[in-house]
Structures are given as structure tokens and as C-alpha cells.
Design a protein around this ligand. Structure first.
Ligand code: T3D
Length: 264
């Protein structure tokens, strides 16, 4: 496996992970899947890492599955369910379950599973020139990597269906205006903005971020009663932490809080 299909850098308290197959618009082959998952697992286990930025090298973020891998299978009818089971689904679950904030800095076109991997991150910031394309129907597939879930939940059925059936590009500005992503920024400000956020998270209460993610993820399936019960349980846990003590003390003493990455 060539190591540099994904570049993994630590910058202070956060990590920057860059998909690095720019001549193929960072589309996924098996090596890139394995390297990305290894980098994410490394960050998850690294207590000194408080946030992750995921981005792409070159002019694209990610064009989904590397379709030239599929050419080798022409004549066969490949079991794409197997690729999802082995690679895409574990990646979406890993991103979703990471106990620290994951920021996706979408530097250019995000197509097919590439768009939906971006949407699996906690905060999506896109360069104004970036486009989101549910390219699947062009090759007679359905949106995967969580696409049907993210589009329907964030946008509702009307926009989800239109994006998926037409495969028309959605601009970064429209994606932000529609509530699909957090914000669009001028291209040259993308990494500055992503790093500003990551540096803030790296100084913040990682335990509270993890609990917040858990609560918000559960909200899409819970009833109000279930969600209130969950908030009670998670807030109890947050309130028992040293970080909460420190946060309140810092507020009262009018000084910046000094949070611990691993909260007691
Ligand atoms: O296991 C399974 O297969 C199931 C899982 C499926 C998940 C999926 O993601 S299916 C959807 C796969 N993705 C696509 O269908 C998108 C294909 N790409 C495009 O439609 C276009 O490239 C874009 C709209 C993304 C960008 O267009 P443009 O004009 O800016 O760039 P380009 O010229 O098309 O691409 C630049 C190069 O990247 C080009 O190579 P070349 O001609 O310079 O040698 C192109 O072939 C290559 N490239 C782009 N996307 C892919 C790709 N090569 C392989 N696979 C790609 N997905």
C-alpha cells in the first residue's frame, strides 16, 4: 500500500488528513480507504488530538469511487454491496462515531460517495467554487455512503430526490443556504477557517463535544421524551467532569478555561 494516498499531519492540538490522489480527483480505491481509516483511528486514539480536518489535495475534494477500478471488472457484475460493507459503511460509521469534532474542508468538487463522506463529518465548510454532485444516477447507481440519509434529513424529500435523480451540481453557496453544510467561504480562506475552528476545538472540552455529538445523532430517531431522558443522562455525565468544574471556575474568575483533553 503506498503510504501517501492519504497525508496525515499533526498541527498542534489537531490533525489535518488530506486525500491525496489528485490526478483522480481523490476518488477512492482500496489503498485510500485503508489509509484514511488508519489515519482516523490514529486520531481517535490520540489523546493529544482534539479535532480533525479532512480535505483533499489538488482541485477536487473527492470524486467518490475510483471507477477505473471497476473497469477491471467489466464483463463481470461486481457485488457493490460488498464494497459498501467492507469500505464505505465502516468509514461513515467511523467518522460519525469519532469522539471529537471532524471538520470537512471541501476544497473542490465532491461527487458520488465523495459528497456523502463530506456530509458524514460534523462540520462541513466548502470553498465557494466547490460543488456537491450526487453523481450516482449518471452511472445507474443509487446514492450511498449515507447519501439517502443525509440528503433526506438535511433537505427533505423534495430536494433530496431532485439532487439524486438529476445528478445536478449543487453550488457551495446553495448547499449552505439549504442547510446541507455549515458555510461556504472564499476559496483562499478555506483552510484558514477550518484551522481556526480546529484550533478552537483543540483548546475546548473534548468530553462535552463527544456527548453533544451523541445527543444530536440520537435526536433524529428519538421521541421528545426519549431525547429529554438522554439529555438528562448525558448532562449528568458532563456535570460530573473536571472540565465542567474548570469551565464554571474560569467563567467566574473571568479567565480563559484550561480544559483537559481527557476529562476526569
Ligand atoms: O463499489 C462501488 O463502486 C460502489 C460505490 C460507489 C460509490 C460512488 O462514489 S459511485 C460514483 C462515482 N463517481 C462518479 O461517478 C463521479 C465521476 N466523475 C465525474 O463525474 C467528474 O470527474 C466530476 C464531475 C467529479 C468532475 O468533473 P471535471 O470535468 O471537473 O473533471 P474530470 O476531467 O472529469 O476529471 C479529472 C480526472 O479525474 C479525469 O482523468 P483524466 O482524464 O485527467 O486522466 C477523470 O477521469 C478522473 N476522475 C474523476 N472522477 C473519477 C476519475 N477517475 C476515476 N474515478 C472517478 N470517480
Amino acid at each position: 500500500m503506498s503510504a501517501d494516498v492519504v497525508i496525515h499531519e499533526r498541527r498542534g492540538g489537531y490533525a489535518v488528513i488530506t486525500l491525496n490522489r489528485p490526478d483522480r480527483l481523490n476518488s477512492f480505491n482500496v489503498d485510500q480507504h485503508l489509509a484514511l481509516r488508519a489515519a482516523l483511528e490514529d486520531c481517535a486514539a490520540d489523546e493529544a488530538c482534539g479535532a480533525i480536518i479532512l480535505t483533499g489535495a489538488g482541485r477536487g475534494f473527492c470524486a467518490g469511487q475510483d471507477l477505473s477500478d471497476r473497469r477491471a471488472m467489466s464483463g463481470e457484475r461486481p457485488d457493490l454491496g460488498q464494497t459498501l460493507e467492507t469500505h464505505y459503511n465502516p468509514l461513515v460509521r467511523l467518522l460519525r462515531g469519532l469522539p471529537k469534532p471532524v471538520i470537512c474542508a471541501v476544497n473542490g468538487v465532491a461527487a458520488g460517495a465523495g459528497a456523502n463522506i463530506a456530509l458524514s463529518c460534523d462540520i462541513v465548510i466548502a470553498a465557494r467554487s466547490a460543488r456537491f454532485i450526487q453523481a450516482f444516477s449518471k452511472i445507474a447507481l443509487i446514492p450511498d455512503a449515507g447519501g439517502t440519509y443525509w440528503l433526506t434529513r438535511h433537505l427533505g424529500e423534495a430536494r433530496a430526490k431532485a439532487l439524486a435523480l438529476t445528478a445536478e451540481p449543487l453550488s457551495a453557496d446553495d448547499a449552505a443556504a439549504w442547510g446541507l453544510i455549515w458555510k461556504a467561504v472564499d476559496d483562499e480562506r478555506l483552510m484558514e477557517e477550518a484551522e481556526r475552528l480546529a484550533a478552537g476545538f483543540a483548546q475546548g472540552p473534548t468530553n462535552a463535544y463527544a456527548l453533544t455529538k451523541e445527543a444530536i445523532h440520537a435526536a433524529s430517531v428519538n421521541s421528545l421524551d426519549e431525547q429529554l431522558d438522554l439529555e438528562r443522562r448525558l448532562q449528568r455525565e458532563a456535570g460530573m467532569s473536571d472540565n465542567y468544574k474548570e469551565g464554571v471556575a474560569a467563567f467566574l474568575e473571568k479567565r480563559p478555561a484550561n480544559y483537559r483533553r481527557k476529562a476526569g
